[in-house]
Structure formats: structure tokens, C-alpha cells
Write a protein that binds this ligand. Structure first.
Ligand code: BGC
Ligand code: CA
Length: 286
């Protein structure tokens, strides 16, 4: 099955990434990692607002108290969206100036998971962390190269995770009470490009962005089978998230990196009406 994507926001952003959906405000948050910007997009009014920050920003997620939680070059921060003020929380990688934070997402209990990568994209110096609700930090995985997509099954008993260069999606048993992961195994192998951001839907299927693969694909993680694809006019597809009033629209981010001469929409955001409800973006809750 093939879905058709529509352009919803034309941007000249370089590394358009990390989309998350605010169900209460009906807003899409996204980041331009390399241009150091957090964006707030209102799809109903077609208005996009940007907030400049002072470092690379890998992910921006909503919180219960209204500010955004950011995973940046130098750790975790709260961002006040009214005045742009940043409040530092902590940096688990003070000793690793050659790393930055990349993708991040909250679990159903309101914990924030976010991972790091080496700026050179090849050294396995990254890790996956969990910022607990009491704002303590815990290392979840080590020896990661490019920490990317994170998603949970609708029953929250499985966590899915992508370290992009492995070209795999791995699954873990997940305990929402403790936030612990165990029993790592590979459930999907990607051949077209490398897997980047990912989200899950209410049927337990995964939607995976193909960096270098011109598409987002829908997979059945129980059978390891690709079941649908959304082709895009951009080579480097970076991430996706469900949004819209009924949570059945998939918002897709793309990057304007490398040779994009024949890709006028590289860096832009697309949307697909899937007719399938997504798993919601959970908010950080302290
Ligand atoms: C990172 C990029 C990287 C890409 C492909 C993205 O999430 O931000 O720097 O090249 O994944 O692995
Ligand atoms: Ca990513």
C-alpha cells in the first residue's frame, strides 16, 4: 500500500527533525538541529513561529506545565515558549564535548528518553538516557553511534529503539512502572537508507523515517514485514509523528543536507492522512 504525502510547511531548514504533537494546543513542535532553532507550527492557521536557542537542539517535547523540554548539545533544558528563556536541568555528558543529544520522546508515564551521538557520526560514544520525573538521570544503553527513533507499543509493554547505522529496529520488554528495559532483540532490518525517527500507531505498527531512502514506511514489528510506504520527494527523511485533531495525520520532517539541487522541498514538512490513529505524544511530567 502506498500513501500520498502533501507539503504542509515549506522551510529552508537544514536538519528539520524531532516533531512532537501537543494534543491540547493542537500544535506541532519541531527543531532545526543545526540552525539551533525550536519551531512551533499551527497547522490549522498555517503559522510557524521560531525560537532561537544557543546550541544544537535534538528534540523538543511538551511538558504538563506548559514549557518545552529540550535535549540539546549540552544536556537537558526547559524552554519558556513565551519569552524564550532556557532553564538548565542537567548534562549527563559533561565529559563528552564531542557528543550532542539527538532524538528524544516521553513514555506513557511522563519520563523523557533521549540519546546522544558523536558529532562525527561514526564513533560509538553515544548513549540513551532517561530523565526521570524527579529530574534525576539514568543511563539506559551504552555504545550507541547515532541514537534515534524511540517508540512504545500501544500497551506500553514493548519499547522500540533505533541506533541508525545498525540499520535495525530493536525491541525491548518495557516496564512502565520502573522504566526498565530488558530482553533486547532485533525486529526489523531496513534496506533503503538508514532508519531515523519513528512513531507507533494504535494497531501496534511502526512508522519509520528512512534517512537516504526517500520515504516513511509502515512495519509490522511482530512479523518484521513492511506493509506500507509513503514516498517523498526528499532523500533524507528524518522523522514522523501523529497529530491533527483526530490524531490520524502523520507529520513528516525532512532534511536539506548533501546534494539537494533537485530537491526543492528538502527541509520541508509533509503530512499524510492515514486513517489510522497514532499513539499520542506523551508529555513530560515532573
Ligand atoms: C541526525 C543526523 C544523522 C541522521 C542519520 C539524524 O537523527 O541528527 O545527524 O545524519 O540521523 O543517521
Ligand atoms: Ca533523528
Amino acid at each position: 500500500m502506498n500513501y500520498k504525502a502533501e507539503l504542509i510547511l515549506k522551510t529552508d531548514s537544514i536538519l528539520t527533525e524531532g516533531p512532537s504533537w501537543d494534543e491540547d494546543k493542537k500544535l506541532l513542535y519541531w527543531v532545526d538541529i543545526e540552525d539551533k532553532k525550536v519551531h512551533i507550527f499551527d497547522p490549522q492557521r498555517s503559522v510557524d513561529k521560531e525560537i532561537k536557542v544557543d546550541q544544537y537542539v535534538g528534540a523538543a517535547v511538551p511538558t504538563r506545565s506548559g514549557e518545552l523540554l529540550l535535549a540539546m548539545k549540552n544536556g537537558f533544558y526547559f524552554l519558556n515558549v513565551e519569552d524564550g528563556r532556557l532553564t538548565f536541568i542537567c548534562n549527563p555528558e559533561n565529559d563528552k564535548p564531542y557528543n550532542r543529544f539527538n532524538d528524544g520522546k516521553c513514555d506513557c508515564m511522563g519520563r523523557f528518553f533521549a540519546g546522544t551521538m558523536s558529532l562525527n557520526e561514526t564513533d560509538p560514544t553515544g548513549a540513551l538516557y532517561c530523565l526521570e520525573k524527579d529530574m534525576t538521570i539514568r543511563k539506559v544503553l551504552e555504545n550507541v553511534t547515532i541514537s534515534n527513533g524511540i517508540a512504545w507499543s500501544p500497551d506500553n509493554k514493548t519499547m522500540y529503539y533505533i541506533d541508525s547505522p545498525t540499520k535495525r529496529v530493536d525491541a525491548f520488554d518495557y516496564d512502565p512502572k520502573t522504566g526498565n528495559v530488558s530482553n533486547r532483540r532485533t525486529v526489523i532490518v531496513i534496506e533503503e537508507g538508514v532508519p531515523d525517527g519513528m512513531t507507533s500507531d494504535s494497531e501496534g505498527m511502526l512508522w519509520i523515517a528512512h534517512w537516504g531512502g526517500w520515504q516513511v514506511s509502515r512495519w509490522d514489528p511482530y512479523r518484521g514485514k513492511k506493509i506500507a510506504s509513503v514516498k517523498l520527494p526528499v532523500e533524507k527523511v528524518s522523522s514522523c509523528v501523529f497529530g491533527g485533531v483526530d490524531l490520524d495525520e502523520l507529520y513528516i520532517t525532512t532534511a536539506r543536507k548533501g546534494d539537494v539541487k533537485n530537491q526543492p522541498y528538502a527541509g520541508s514538512i509533509f503530512v499524510v492522512k492515514t486513517g489510522i490513529k497514532g499513539v499520542p505524544t506523551y508529555k513530560y511530567c515532573r
